[in-house]
Ligand binder design. Structure first.
Ligand SMILES: Nc1ncnc2c1ncn2[C@@H]1O[C@H](COP(=O)(O)OP(=O)(O)OP(=O)(O)O)[C@@H](O)[C@H]1O
Length: 262
């Protein structure tokens, strides 16, 4: 279980002011939980993900993974960013195997595992290609395979599909659900898109503009329905999906009104 307990972050701005980026955020991600943080730009989503990744310290509160305090980056957390961070001079399979190389895994074993992960994301035949030979969606799939290579407890995904066209984005969402259903990993996923959050999350956290707080929390089962039926269109076209989309839109708009009134 990942536990975020009253996490707050203050930054010191260049002009000496203090920026209150995150305010007492608490939530849990149980085994196989898929938690999506949704909110407008600047509400502290990346700050939260970076704290869970161990890239930045909390000012107050605590984050634990299976009872161990998170204080620095570790192989128990795999990270996927919006922009892929693949090494351009090395092949797809070697990019996936990179973390295993650092972990001291022998060449043959790491290649075998990397190939298995490339199969999982549907890219086995591109193992020997170089990143520039792949589309944006394919590069993100390599990023997912790479993040899974060290068998982390949780995947941390910072707007991983934000730069993709809408059709590729939907295909990537569906691929991610199949990876999640097959691996049963915990996932923490950030997005601006209400539809993406509703489709993917077993829990959706709505965050307010600065300071970033969790203002609403939804437990959902659209993702489980999709994993069972494979029918994304009927889920997204359902009255229940549409009603929640409107409810969330109205909460987020109210949040923005508070900000402009302040
Ligand atoms: N290193 C930093 N120093 C100072 N302020 C920062 C720093 N990092 C983030 N901030 C500020 O903290 C707030 C939250 O930023 P954060 O990037 O977490 O938001 P976000 O919700 O992820 O935004 P976006 O969706 O645009 O990526 C913003 O006002 C940002 O300017």
């Amino acid at each position: 279980m990942l536990k975020v307990d009253h996490a707050s972050v203050f930054f010191a701005a260049r002009d000496g002011r203090t920026i209150h980026a995150l305010d007492r955020v608490s939530f849990d991600i149980p085994e196989s939980g898929f938690v999506v943080a949704l909110g407008a730009s600047g509400c502290g989503k990346s700050t939260l993900l970076n704290a869970i990744a161990g890239f930045l310290p909390l000012s107050e509160g605590a984050i634990t993974l299976d009872g161990r305090a998170v204080q620095r980056p570790g192989a128990d957390r795999g990270v996927v960013f919006q922009r892929d961070s693949l090494l351009p001079w090395t092949s797809v399979v070697e990019n996936v195997a990179l973390g295993l190389k650092f972990a001291g895994v022998k060449r043959q074993a790491r290649n075998d595992l990397a190939l298995e992960l490339l199969r999982l994301v549907g890219l086995a035949e591109f193992a020997k290609s170089f990143p520039h030979e792949l589309s944006g969606g394919m590069r993100q799939r390599v990023g997912i395979a790479r993040a899974l290579a060290t068998d982390p407890d949780i995947l941390l995904m910072d707007e991983p599909f934000g730069a993709l066209d809408s059709l590729t984005r939907e295909q990537m969402q569906e691929l991610l659900v199949s990876v999640w259903a097959k691996t049963a990993k915990k996932i923490f996923f950030i997005t601006h898109s209400i539809e993406e959050a509703l489709f993917l999350g077993t829990q959706v956290l709505l965050m307010s503009p600065r300071p970033g707080r969790v203002i609403a929390h939804f437990d959902l089962d659209f993702v489980k329905r999709f994993a069972e039926t494979g029918d994304a269109r009927s889920i997204k076209a359902s009255p229940e999906f549409a009603q929640l989309r409107e409810e969330i839109r109205s909460i987020l708009h109210r949040g923005n009104d508070f900000r402009s009134a302040a």
